[in-house]
Design a protein around this ligand. Sequence first.
Ligand SMILES: [Zn+2]
Ligand SMILES: [Zn+2]
Length: 150
Amino acid sequence: MLKKSEERARAMLGDLTRAGLKLTAQRKAIVHEFAADPTHPTAQDLYDRLRGDFPQMSFATVYNTLDALASAGLSGTLRIGNAARFDPNTLPHHHVVCEKCGAIGDVPAKTLDPSPAATRNVRRAAPGFRVRAVERIYKGLCLACQRENS
Ligand SMILES: [Zn+2]
Ligand SMILES: [Zn+2]
């Protein structure tokens, strides 16, 4: 059986082709790196990591590739703090965020669909707002940071 990240990478490459992007060696490397990355990287993170192997690669190539994946629904996007992060996990999930080091992890969820009660609450607080999804952020300390503290 294929590893999950390889399946993801394959689906992503297929969609980039359908979106009309040429699958250059750089783009393939970006996709493989991203598909296997559970850390919710920014475009800058991936750029920094790949630049050693591809000195010719531009930041724009990394960003455009991730943006095309997001448009095709193969990457989630996440804004925590002031950085836009990309998320190869497209199944419904919430996030844990470490308040010290900023590490982000996934917490699987059955659904992100808003319950009728959630929809009513939001309507009351923000008239006219149409809720699409309810996504939780659990704040706290990751294991590594707890160990550092003790
Ligand atoms: Zn931490
Ligand atoms: Zn995630």
